[in-house]
Design a protein around this ligand. Sequence first.
Ligand SMILES: [Fe+2]
Ligand SMILES: [Fe+2]
Length: 336
Amino acid sequence: MINASLSPELRGPLSEAAWTLLRGGPAPQPGAVSVADPLSDDDLHLALYLCYEIHYRAVEGIDDRAEWSPAVIGFREELELPFEMCLREAFERMPTCEPIDVQLRRLIDEGEGPSLSSYLAHVGTREMFREFLMHRSVYHLKEADPHSFGIPRLRGRAKVAMLEIQHDEYGGGDPAWMHSALFERTMQGLDLDPTEGMYADRLPGITLAAMNLMSLFALHRRLRGALVGHLAAFEMTSCIPNRRYGDGLRRLGFDGDVTRYFDEHVEADAAHGAIAANDLAGSLLEDEPALDVDVIFGASCLLGLEARSAAYLIERWDRGESSLVSDGASLPIAEG
Ligand SMILES: [Fe+2]
Ligand SMILES: [Fe+2]
């Protein structure tokens, strides 16, 4: 169970309404949710994160039955609508007739924006790495869980390919090697608490949006193509950045126990990228060719949100500011 660490510092009417509703309070008045930027709004994404979290874990103070409460689902849908609409406007691309692995590769190669991994490898301080791990903890502590919702929604070779990837993500039969467990050790090595949800209320909307993107795709069967595209792009873009994150930590003097999470991904994701692009996405589209728009959409959303997130973090750090919400503490840039 997630403990009281997930008692969010609320950021506005939406997160307040979500927290009240999840804890058995009255439903907010129905109505269209309107925020300036649905891809990164702090209030919207904390609210959506809270509504999604109960599909993964029990949360202290929230009745398990809230997961399928019509009021919660109704409010969640109001939050999802502007998010998905904005994602489609920003990231939907027309597929071509080429094989899906070729299309995905081109999408990745055309990606713009600064490289967070190069930045951290070269100038990342211990404090920046701690913040980076806090941002990433929202997914990596439940690594692979969102995509597992896709398993019953796939068939034949696509299902087998998804399971092959997920088997590795879950440690290949050894719980100590689950990627989430490796990430816990990395967090502990940098004196962070690996309790799930511990840092959720310090994360900006742009970070929570990346997690909410996965949950949106995971929890709607109609978006199974986007879920597969997301996983394919995720695996295809993992090796080099993870090598750099490991290099950055080694530069700061951390040992193999701390870097293992990243080192493991350099190895594993070389294989996962090919399986995800060819066997998973390719087989899904042989089975359901009309999903090509969604596969490309899912990949494009991942790449687009990652680019925005990297730009946000680097901009904050370059100004000597913390990338976290709330405390506004400034970073000791010169350290390390
Ligand atoms: Fe992994
Ligand atoms: Fe992987």
